[in-house]
Every structure is written in structure tokens, then in C-alpha cells.
Design a protein. Structure first.
Lengths: 372, 366, 70
């Protein structure tokens, strides 16, 4: 056994089909499969018996298959069906082995530790660590993220306990303080900055971005006074600095929203989507006025917070991986999770050349501030 | 017959759109996005903003005209029936302690949005409060189920697990803390549960679920069993619990989120109404009869399997949603077909297929 | 490597695209959307230690034809 020893990944199953030459390779973590036709029956045997052999070892054992082995084995690494034993040992020794093995369904064995490192080293700014934000912040830390800037002006109140990840004795404490402590209790080394004033203007966000020039992702999980207002405030500076940002769903008044992921200048931005929504709604609600109501008591629900958060966590990890093999999915789209039927529906949007924020005309006229 | 002293209150969870041109009013239920569209005469439209819980019907009539009295009363009665209007004191009148109401306020408002009346919202929340739960497994999915049970207001919970907290649980378990490493999971989660809601009654039982387990001694008083125990295999624990629950007419929910099904939605088993776990077993034996993976070359694959926290949260949450849907309306819930759903991380779609009751099932055929 | 097309003639292997319903080796039900949702956990992920308790459970549950699939 040497550093180049390989083995069939424990979470990958090999299944014969009714065609003796076609084999199904099933990745059980992500429930994806490939079907491969193999010219030589021995090849199948080699693959599903692969445990601690390098390419050289295999060629010594099966010299007549040298040419195929030299192509097939690296391809199977690339397709995430087989792994390097040295990498596997490293993964098994990590407290994050479960997540690493999941990543390895997408990232080939020789790259997976490096991609995990991208996630660990990244910095995430989360605005709002209440209903959905508390789930997102803690879950990202539980997936290895080490650096956080968490913003929330609020203290924990009794009625937050039905949804946010707080406990009874957290009532009265600053939400950021509680989340900070909960993350520290996970047991790794973290770098967490708390911001406890209300984000009232883009200026506040710009200040944060200036002080922390290496932010990799911004997540908006705040909806006070409403999600439109907070999104505009938060996302404009992100557009100016080319920082990917996500609208976390689960807002009061739209509990089942699955928000968009925005990669500045590559995908539809917040304004593109806003314009798209206006156009979609035109047939429904033109020449219609909405009855204004004061002081509404809006309900929310713990499982819906969990479901919203799970989508944002998925998207965030995709963005933070910085891997072509794990690109975000909620680009140019929003989704709805139907509470009554547990179904997901998506609507698609386009990056618009006439967009006030990212349209072609605007970009020529704007000074784009670059991060250091 | 509605009283003239009644103070109608336009419910919070509803957006109201008015088209002055064609006299259309659209009520949009925010939680469910359902809509009611009506054609409404001007004089009634004018009264809508006044239905703020401060004006009695008598006040509203005086704002309009005596001739309209009959129609105003009919309109309000109709809107109350549709769940658009309610009694402004409905929340204060609910027969829960102030502490419980304060903590569950937002969920109760949610229930008001998705059920037809304050009485219904009360019924559902009261059922939640009083249902005795047995949760088998407080691991990657079970820990989140426990958290959500407590957040939703369940207060009678027995938790079962034989395992101890390990360091690698950091990447998946709810409220993980390094302080709980090597402590029995049931002890850790009883502790955590009591901190989430000190009023809840949480009993921890450190036992495995195996062939020797005397289920009756533990589940006698239980009304809803939730299975998140996948050691040594989800099929064994589910069939074991399912047979017990069918025999004793108890509800069972088998959560998803186990190995190879990291984001499945789970299945509700209602004795004699849905397929039972033996029916699921029959189904899979048939559908998988030609799908036989080669025995894996690596024997100890424990540390080679993947997991992702967001998928655990997803499975736990869809489980709790299903339970809530069932509590709100068993008949509507049962009118949908049973089966299995899988959320696919790859493209965020949900794959689902139907499983029917096995007519030859020895356990649940009638 | 991604853009390279592998052929059985030149490389000794090739990837095959399977359409729903076409391959006999796998049993899809009529309702299945083709995503292989009906596989069970049993053989994919369970390790060798599983076998030890297997016999005891199968006997206890007395499943017809042996072997539980879930």
C-alpha cells in the first residue's frame, strides 16, 4: 500500500444489470447513479474488489488490461466512485467525516480535502439570527465554517422559542450572544463577530464589508420591517463588491419561500427578480389596491423554519465550496414549499439587461469598488 | 345567528386586495396562498377597513345605512364562516395558561391561518399539548424531531436511545455540544429538552430496540410513536414498532433521513388506513427483486458513509409537518396516497412514489 | 477529462444512458419517477457488523421468504 492506493468508496454500491457488460454504480449519499459498459468482465471484478491497490499494483496483476486501467481508474476517481485510501483515512479521522463523505460524492478524492478547506476558511455574514437565521448560522458551523459575522439587534423573547434555536434560559439575552455561545460549544476554533445594532441603511452594511474585506457570502435572514427593505439595504453593497448573497426564505408573510442565490453580474440579481415578479403579477393584481392594515400578528411554524433553513444551508455550502462541481442551484430562481402537500415548485427569472442594479448600462456608469 | 355586539376582526394572516373598477375583493391566506375571490358592492367594501375588532356590527351598520343591515350581517356571517373574519378576543379567550400561550403565540396564529376558526386552532394545539409521544432514536434525525416537538408545544415525550454522543455528531445533531461527548444521548437530550421547555415532561430511557425489547412495557400509554432508530437497520425497528402499533391501535411515524435515504420525507402509519411497515417491506421486496448490489469489498463501512445536517433537518421537519397535517385533518391527510418521497440534493426536486396497502398483509389486512 | 468521450472500442469502457423502463435488470414501478428512490438502505450502507444481528432479527420478525427490505 502506498499513497496512491485506491478503494471502492464505502458508500458506493455496484449492481449487475441484466446485460452482463453493463454495471450500475450507485452513490448512496446523493442517490445518483452511472451505468458503465465494460469491455472485459474482469474489469468489473477489479473495481468492486478494489481495496488498497494502486494503479501500478493493478497493472502488475492484470498486465493485459494496462491500457484500460490507466484510463478507467482515474475516470472512476473523477466520477467519485473510488477514492484514495490515504484521503479516506484522513476523512475517517475527522470529526466532520460524515460531511466530508457527502462532499466526496461530488468532489473527487484528490480534491475533496481542499474543497472542505475552502468551506472551513470562508467567512459568512448573516443578517438576522432569529427564526431561520439561528438554524443557518449553527448548521454552517456544524458543517465546518469557522468565521462568522452575525447581526441582530434583538434579545430573545418567549415567543421566539416556538421557532428559533434558543432555549428557555436564553430569554432576555442578545440573540447574537446566544448564537455565538452555541457555536463555540461545538468545540472547534471559531472567529465570530457580533453586530448588535439594527441595520437601517446600506451604509451599515458597507461599514461591515469595509472592516471585513474577505467575506465570501452574505445571507439575509432578517425581515424587519420587511424582506424587501432588508434585501435592498443589504444586497446593494454586495452587488458593488461582487459578493455572492442569498435571500433565506421563511419570512413572516411568506413562510414557504425558498430564496434566490445571487452571484453578482452572473445571475439575476434582487432587482431583476423584483422586476420579474412585478411582470408576473401584473395580470393578477394590476389596478388593484391592497388594504393597508396596521400591527398584524403573523404566525410561523418550526418545521417550516427548518425546511427554509435547509435550502439556504445547501445553497450556502455550494457557494462556499467554490467548486465548479457544486454550483448553487437557486440561481435565477425562487421556490415555494407547499405546506399542505409537501411539494416544491420553482419559478425562473432572468438576468435583465435593463436592470437598475446590474444592467449593462448601469455597469458602465458605475464605479465598482473592489475588495482588497 | 350572529350578535350585533360581535366585533369582527379581519384576520392577520390574510391580505386583502380590492379592485375598485370591477368591484372584486380577493382575500389571500398568507400561510397557504389560498384565495377567495368575491364580487362585492361598494358599501360593503367600505366597511372592510372598519372590521378591526373595535367596531361592533351595530357600529358598522350605523356607518353604512339601516337598509343595508340584512346584507351587512349576511356578508359578515359569510366571512366568519370562511375564516376571513374572527372574534377580536379569540386569542385571549383560549384556554391555555398565559405562559403556554405566550410561548406558542406564533404557532397559534399560524393555526388560525390554516384552520377555519379559533375553535379549530385551539383543538389542534390542545391535541398537540396532550398527546403522549415515544421517540425512538435521538440521533441525526431524532435530535431535530425532539427540538421541533418541543417548539411546537408537545409536552409529554419519552425518548429512547442506547447510544452515546460522539465527537462526529457535531456535523449532524441538533444543539450539539462538546460537553455532551461520551454521555448517553438520552441523557444529553433530556437535558437539552428541559432547557427548551422546562414545563415539558421528558423521560429518558437508555435501551436498545432489539428482539428482546418488551414494547408494551414502554409504550402502553403512548399515543404517537416516532421511529428515528436505524440501528441495526431501519427496516427491523420499523417493522417491530409497526406490528406493535397496529395491534394496539397507535399512530406511528417512521421518519426519513437514514443512510442511503438522507433526505426522505418519512411515512405516517395509521393502523388499517395506510400501509404498515410490513406492507412497505413487501413492496420493496418486489420492486428490488432484481436489484442486488455486489457485497461491498470493505466490511467496516461505518466511517465511510456520508451525511449532511440540512438533510437531517429537512427529514425531521417534513415528519413534523406530516404529523401536524394529520392532526389538523386526518381525513384530508388520508385522502392523499401513501408512499415515499425523497428530496434530492442534486437538483432540489422531490421524487415520490406510491405504496399501497398489501391486501395479503398478515399484520394489517382486515 | 469531462469533455472526453470514452468509447468501449478505444478505452474499454463507456458510459451508458439508461431511460426509464428500458433496462430489464432493474425493477421500476409504474409510479417511480426514475430517480431510484426505491432502493433500500440495507446493502448500500450497512457494514459487515450488521450481519451479526441479522439472523436474530430475521428469525424474530418471521418475514416470509426471509430478508427485510426497507
Amino acid at each position: 500500500m502506498n499513497n496512491n492506493s485506491l478503494r471502492l468508496r464505502p458508500s458506493v454500491s455496484v449492481i449487475p444489470t441484466s446485460d452482463a457488460k453493463i454495471w450500475e454504480f450507485f452513490q448512496s449519499n446523493t442517490r445518483r447513479m452511472k451505468h458503465i459498459r465494460l469491455a472485459d468482465a474482469q474489469l468489473a471484478q477489479i473495481i468492486f474488489s478494489l481495496n488498497n491497490d494502486s494503479i501500478s499494483d493493478l497493472i502488475i496483476k492484470f498486465p493485459h488490461l494496462e491500457k484500460t486501467i490507466n484510463t478507467l481508474i482515474p475516470v472512476l476517481v473523477e466520477w467519485c466512485m473510488i477514492e484514495y485510501v490515504s484521503v479516506a483515512n484522513h476523512i475517517e479521522a475527522s470529526r466532520y467525516y460524515r460531511f466530508l463523505n457527502f462532499l466526496a460524492d461530488y468532489i473527487p478524492s484528490n480534491k475533496v480535502l481542499g474543497i472542505f478547506n475552502n468551506i472551513e476558511q470562508s467567512t459568512v455574514l448573516i443578517v438576522g439570527v432569529g427564526g431561520v437565521g439561528s438554524w443557518i448560522a449553527t448548521s454552517l458551523a456544524q458543517s465546518g465554517v469557522k468565521n462568522f459575522i452575525i447581526c441582530d439587534p434583538d434579545v430573545v423573547k418567549p415567543h421566539n422559542l416556538n421557532r428559533s434555536l434558543f432555549k428557555s434560559d436564553d430569554v432576555g439575552k442578545l440573540k447574537t450572544q446566544v448564537i455565538h455561545r452555541n457555536i463555540e460549544l461545538l468545540g472547534d476554533n471559531y472567529n465570530i463577530i457580533e453586530v448588535n445594532h439594527l441595520i437601517e441603511s446600506s451604509k451599515h452594511i458597507t461599514e461591515i464589508l469595509n472592516r471585513n474585506p474577505n467575506i465570501d457570502l452574505v445571507i439575509n435572514s432578517s425581515d424587519y420591517p420587511d424582506v424587501d427593505t432588508t434585501s435592498k439595504i443589504i444586497f446593494k453593497p454586495c452587488m458593488e463588491r461582487n459578493i455572492p448573497h442569498i435571500i433565506a426564505g421563511g419570512y413572516n408573510l411568506h413562510l414557504s419561500l425558498i430564496g434566490a442565490t445571487i452571484i453578482p453580474n452572473e445571475t439575476a440579481c434582487f432587482k431583476c427578480i423584483e422586476k420579474g415578479l412585478e411582470e408576473q403579477q401584473e395580470e393578477d393584481f394590476s389596478s388593484i389596491r391592497k388594504l393597508q392594515r396596521k400591527k398584524r400578528n403573523i404566525g410561523n411554524l418550526s418545521p417550516l423554519a427548518g425546511i427554509s433553513a435547509s435550502f439556504t444551508i445547501n445553497e450556502a455550502l455550494r457557494v462556499l465550496s467554490k467548486s465548479e462541481k457544486l454550483k448553487p442551484i437557486m440561481v435565477n430562481r425562487r421556490g415555494e414549499f407547499n405546506f399542505l402537500t409537501s411539494e416544491v415548485a420553482f419559478s425562473d427569472f432572468e438576468k435583465r439587461s435593463d436592470c437598475a442594479w446590474c444592467g449593462i448600462e448601469q455597469r458602465h456608469n458605475k464605479k465598482i469598488q473592489r475588495t482588497v | 345567528m350572529i350578535e350585533l355586539s360581535f366585533k369582527p376582526y379581519l384576520r392577520d394572516g390574510i391580505d386583502v386586495y380590492i379592485n375598485d373598477k370591477d368591484k372584486t375583493v380577493i382575500f389571500v391566506f398568507l400561510s397557504t396562498r389560498e384565495r377567495i375571490q368575491l364580487n362585492v358592492d361598494d358599501y360593503l367594501v367600505l366597511l372592510l377597513p372598519e372590521m378591526d375588532g373595535k367596531n361592533t356590527i351595530k357600529d358598522l351598520i350605523s356607518l353604512s345605512s339601516k337598509e343595508s343591515q340584512k346584507n351587512i350581517i349576511s356578508f359578515i356571517t359569510y366571512l366568519v364562516g370562511k375564516g376571513v373574519l374572527t372574534d377580536s378576543d379569540w386569542f385571549d379567550k383560549l384556554k391555555f395558561s398565559n405562559e403556554y400561550k405566550e410561548r406558542l403565540k406564533k404557532q397559534i396564529y399560524f393555526l388560525m391561518d390554516v384552520t377555519s376558526s379559533a375553535e379549530e386552532a385551539y383543538r389542534v394545539q390542545n391535541k398537540i399539548k396532550n398527546t403522549s409521544i415515544a421517540l425512538w432514536g435521538v440521533g441525526a434525525v431524532g435530535s431535530w424531531v425532539l427540538i421541533e416537538l418541543l417548539q411546537m408545544g408537545f409536552e409529554r415525550i419519552n425518548i429512547f436511545d442506547f447510544d452515546k454522543v460522539s465527537e462526529s455528531d457535531v456535523s449532524r445533531h441538533g444543539f450539539f455540544s462538546k460537553e455532551y461527548i461520551d454521555i448517553p444521548k438520552v441523557e444529553a437530550y433530556q437535558n437539552i429538552g428541559n432547557k427548551i421547555n422546562p414545563s415539558a415532561s421528558i423521560t429518558s430511557i437508555e435501551i436498545p430496540l432489539n428482539t428482546e425489547t418488551n414494547l408494551d412495557s414502554y409504550l402502553n400509554d403512548t399515543e404517537l410513536v416516532i421511529n428515528s432508530a436505524d440501528e441495526p437497520y431501519i427496516g427491523y425497528t420499523s417493522i417491530s414498532l409497526s406490528r406493535y402499533c397496529i395491534k394496539n391501535n397507535k399512530l406511528l411515524f417512521v421518519t426519513g433521513g437514514f443512510d442511503a435515504h438522507l433526505a426522505s420525507l418519512g411515512e405516517m402509519i395509521v393502523p388499517f388506513k395506510t400501509p404498515c411497515s410490513d406492507c412497505y417491506n413487501s413492496y420493496f421486496k418486489e420492486s428490488l427483486k432484481d436489484w442486488k448490489p455486489v457485497k461491498h469489498v470493505i466490511t467496516n463501512r461505518d466511517k465511510g458513509i456520508g451525511g449532511l445536517i440540512s438533510l437531517n433537518i429537512f427529514s425531521a421537519s417534513t415528519a413534523m409537518l406530516s404529523i401536524l397535517q394529520y392532526f389538523i385533518s386526518p381525513s384530508v391527510f388520508l385522502s392523499r396516497s401513501s408512499g415515499r418521497g425523497e428530496f434530492k440534493f442534486d437538483d432540489y426536486s422531490i421524487d415520490s412514489f406510491t405504496v399501497k396497502k398489501d391486501p395479503n398483509c398478515e399484520v394489517c389486512r382486515e | 477529462m469531462k469533455s472526453e468521450k470514452f468509447t468501449i472500442q478505444e478505452h474499454g469502457f463507456e458510459e451508458v444512458k439508461i431511460e426509464k423502463g428500458m433496462v430489464n435488470g432493474m425493477a421500476y414501478t409504474g409510479d417511480c419517477s426514475g430517480g431510484r428512490s426505491d432502493c433500500c438502505t440495507r446493502t448500500c450502507s450497512r457494514d459487515g457488523n450488521f450481519a451479526a444481528s441479522e439472523e436474530g432479527w430475521e428469525k424474530f420478525l418471521k418475514v416470509e421468504g426471509g430478508q427485510v427490505q426497507y
